[in-house]
Write a protein that binds this ligand. Sequence first.
Ligand SMILES: C[S@@+](CC[C@H](N)C(=O)[O-])C[C@H]1O[C@@H](n2cnc3c(N)ncnc32)[C@H](O)[C@@H]1O
Ligand code: SF4
Length: 394
Amino acid sequence: MHTVGDADTDRGDVRHLYVHVPFCRHHCGYCDFVTAVGRQSEHSGYVDALLAELRREEHLLTSDALDTVFLGGGTPTYLESKALARLLRSLPPGREVTVEANPETVTPELCEVLLAHGVTRVSLGAQTFEPELLATLERQATPEIVRGAFATLRQAGMANLSLDLIYGIPGQRTEQLEHDVHVALELAPEHVSVYELEAKPGTRFTMAYGAELTRQSDQLENYMELATQGLQAGGYRWYETANFCLTQEGDARDLRSDHNLAYWRGKDYLGLGVGAVSTVGEQRWKNAASVSGYVSAVLGGDAPARSNEHVDARLRMWERAMLCLRLDDFLEEDVFSDVLDPQGVERMATRGLVERDGRSIRLTPRGRLLGNAVTIEVLGESGELGGSHSATRR
Ligand SMILES: C[S@@+](CC[C@H](N)C(=O)[O-])C[C@H]1O[C@@H](n2cnc3c(N)ncnc32)[C@H](O)[C@@H]1O
Ligand code: SF4
């Protein structure tokens, strides 16, 4: 049993690096990440800027070898091949190096580049295996392309694969999600993320599917229950609200995402690139989203435009507790006593939504299905609920 306690309270100890690559071949209607379509002539310059920002900030890194490096996007695998290889070659090495990939970008040549440059894990955005739902999401891949990408990565020797699925898609039926879980089990990735579709108010996507999104929102809890039950029955550990890792007889590997565990355990991390967030000690900053502004500032020798936030020790403790409650790890009540509400914990325990092991607590499976509603009770007065996308979706 892992308990989150004192050993995780290090500050100003940066062993995790996130690198944001915003470029995508095409924009999918539902996506609200920082992205830029096409712009191939700018890929190499953007990599120059990322490496310049790394040089500015590398004094913050605890050592030359990191625990985790995560290239997210956008679509890192859409980067022009030489630029991607140069980026991977120039980043500090990590024990776990993950790259996010879109199925239609996966080729044997791409796999060679990834494997030759220390990538240990690929996170593949499948979303669903239903052709009409892929079309609704405006994805470019068909189910065959998703399966083909998975097979190509495996044949190349990529031993640690994660698959992203989404539920709550306009038009989705329960049996379609059952089928998605079934296909995921057939493919047997080492890790699966299952996200609830978040549709931002006011976007073209939300306007087009408003009524259907409302109908889907009534189903979200059922969908999540279905996914958690299906994946657990298939041998996956439900280790975080939206994340599952394969556990098999005789396989001692811990296949949780170390990078995401670092976010959920409230560790420090450095983020490079447009829109990237960093948290070091009591400082948090977020780079602005403009690609051209970022490239010209950083290559001109300046820091990129950023917003800064002071996150004092209590707020960080509160955030840490909030994120740790998403895990199946126990949380030491004495360590988190400043931010836990003992009466709220008691109320939730009485209702079977929190369980105890001595002086440690965690949410029960039912509690995790209910999510924020239970967390709010356990934490009492809030700091700032929500966290960043990178902390929850990635
Ligand atoms: C930002 S994407 C980057 C990966 C890659 N470009 C792709 O699309 O496969 C990472 C994951 O975030 C999830 N995601 C993106 N937009 C989302 C949304 N609006 N709601 C829920 N999940 C979303 C998807 O599952 C996606 O695979
Ligand atoms: S979902 Fe992925 S491919 Fe689609 S726009 Fe977002 S980052 Fe790009």
